[in-house]
Design a protein around this ligand. Structure first.
Ligand SMILES: [Fe+2]
Length: 140
């Protein structure tokens, strides 16, 4: 499991969803890097990609709704970053659906997801938690 305590934002719903994302992503990386033939990984790769496409939307919407609720000042910028990433995920999924995905592209996708997720959770998402803390605790 790639989840670390320092990823915690302090908002239970967001943290639970982040944990789920990290869990699925580490499973995905394990499959992609395993030694079994690519054709045998395909079904699992497909399943994870579709999951990511849907779950990223669910998670971003929940996180944005929360920011709205607490009147978080950085919401517009956060929305833009989410939207750009959603597009990137979608472009990989579309590529996968239309042409199939090479093993190389699947590796590229998993590496990008991981880098993005860690950076985003450690930087932008942490600021949500800091804002809540400065406001005097949990706003739910
Ligand atoms: Fe976020």
């Amino acid at each position: 499991m790639m989840w670390k305590e320092k990823y915690k934002v302090g908002v239970p719903l967001i943290d639970e969803q982040h944990k789920e994302l990290f869990k699925r992503l580490s499973e995905f990386i394990q499959v992609v890097q395993s030694k079994i033939p690519w054709e045998e990984k395909l079904e699992s790769v497909r399943e994870t990609m579709l999951f990511m496409k849907e779950y990223v939307i669910i998670h971003f919407e929940a996180e944005e709704a929360y920011q709205e609720k607490i009147k978080y000042p950085g919401i517009e910028r956060h929305r833009e970053v989410h939207a750009a990433f959603k597009e990137e995920v979608n472009s990989y999924v579309t590529l996968f659906e239309q042409k199939g995905l090479s093993e190389e592209k699947a590796q590229e996708f998993s590496a990008k997801l991981m880098t993005w997720l860690i950076m985003h959770v450690c930087q932008m998402d942490q600021k949500i938690g800091e804002y809540v803390e400065n406001k005097g605790g949990e706003i739910q």
